[in-house]
Design a protein around this ligand. Structure first.
Ligand SMILES: Cc1ncc(COP(=O)(O)O)c(C=O)c1O
Length: 410
């Protein structure tokens, strides 16, 4: 042994990254399964469908056709044009081809956007609940996350008045996600218009709008892109991707759209990091956009059935309150009534509750604290009906047992 400790050499920016509660639950689930435990997971934010065949076939044909070389860093012109056209047609966003950057998943699009805009000390407003990658990326950029709590009673629409109070001259970005992971809220046009007003009144403030669940909507909910509101195109970076709508998580395909100057800045970062996305996947993405609509709708209908099933089953679970999600494939029941009076060894917060449900009842959920929504659990219904039945049944048994163990009068 040389006495040299490689682990001690790791840069502080990495050491300072917290383990997310999502990754922690995933790790515990893996460890328990490796020891032979039977665990039902309601944790995964991933379609359980295979990528539709027409899209898979397009990738095979592209490979045969020689799409095996470096692509242009911002993406194949053909795909950038197809995305620009989609944004114009579906979202009322006229960024043009020069405003589209193809990325390795929406996650890389978010990383590019945040690193391109946030200077150390800049404040980034995160209306909660929010997807947990946002604060990690903001902190990596040296920015300061400013969390504005959400409110189930208002359907988890962003709290505009509270957001306005948190705006300062150091504010740089507001990150929105509609439809929202984890709440399933679809932000209303009125709320988005009020947020746009706040942004337009500020000299530097911009929006990152993560719209990756835009096609997964229920009960007639309508998706609105904030960049399509008056004066907002140049102040908005719109993020989207293929993972959720087209069941293409493993392809790592997403995009950012912005005015060309910002697109060039993000492309510069991408050139340094990855030099772009593999070429044959990009060809398949063109097929997804041009020919995939029926498949997207087929999967959405299936999520709709699963959503109805989960909602029905959750009505039998004691101690929770729940809003039906208008979009995405998650539910965020409030379990705080069961935590408030916990005594002895009983779980006192959602983190402890999720771990207790996993260890005692074999059902994996994600604690809402992972999304700045303490007192809730996130349940995914992007899984089979059988899994939903088993998982919710275990949840019911666990929460029933917990309710009985609480001190009298609780
Ligand atoms: C809100 C949100 N944005 C972005 C992503 C990342 O998507 P991608 O697979 O395209 O990186 C996810 C994945 O869970 C998500 O929930």
């Amino acid at each position: 042994m040389s006495g040299f400790d490689p682990a001690a050499q790791i840069a502080s920016r990495v050491n300072e990254m917290r383990e997310s509660a999502i990754l922690r639950m995933a790790r515990l689930t893996r460890e328990l399964r490796a020891r032979g435990a039977d665990i039902v997971a309601l944790t995964l934010g991933e379609p359980d469908f295979d990528t539709p065949e027409i899209i898979r076939r397009a990738a095979c044909i592209a490979l045969e056709d020689g799409y095996t070389h470096y692509p242009p860093v911002p993406g194949l012109p053909e795909l950038r044009e197809a995305i620009a056209e989609k944004l114009r047609r579906d979202n009322g966003l006229d960024y043009g081809q020069q405003g589209v950057l193809v990325t390795a998943g929406a996650k890389q699009a978010l990383a590019n956007a945040i690193l391109a805009l946030v200077n150390p000390g800049d404040e980034v407003i995160l209306p909660a609940p929010y997807w947990n990658a946002y604060d990690i990326l903001v902190e990596l950029a040296g920015g300061v996350p400013v969390v504005v709590p959400g409110d189930a009673a208002r359907g988890f629409q962003p709290d505009v008045a509270h957001i306005a109070e948190r705006v300062t001259d150091r504010s740089r970005l507001i990150i929105l996600n509609t439809p929202c992971n984890p709440s399933g809220a679809v932000f209303s046009r009125e709320v988005l218009a009020s947020l746009a007003e706040i942004v337009r009144a500020h000299p530097r403030l911009m929006i990152i709008s993560d719209e990756i669940y835009e096609h997964i909507l229920y009960d007639g909910a309508r998706h609105v892109s904030i960049g399509s509101l008056p004066g907002m195109l140049e102040r908005t970076i719109t993020i989207n991707g293929f993972s959720k709508a087209y069941a293409m998580t493993g392809w790592r395909l997403g995009y950012a759209a912005a005015v060309p100057e910002l697109c060039v800045a993000m492309t510069k970062l991408q050139g340094a990091f990855t030099a772009g996305v593999n070429a044959f996947s990009q060809k398949a993405a063109v097929t997804a956009l041009k020919e995939g609509a029926a498949e997207v709708e087929r999967m959405r209908r299936e999520y709709e059935r699963r959503r109805a099933l989960m909602l029905r089953l959750l009505q039998e679970v004691p101690g929770i309150s729940l809003q039906a999600p208008a979009g995405a494939f998650y539910m965020l029941p409030d379990v705080s009534a069961l935590l408030a009076n916990a005594a002895g060894g009983l779980p006192r917060d959602d983190l402890a509750l999720a771990e207790w449900l996993l260890l005692e009842h074999g059902v994996a959920t994600v604690p809402g604290s992972a999304f700045a929504a303490p007192g809730t659990l996130r349940l995914s219904f992007a899984t089979s009906e059988d899994n939903i039945r088993k998982g919710v049944s275990r949840l019911r048994e666990g929460l029933q047992r917990l309710a009985q163990m609480l001190p009298q009068g609780a």
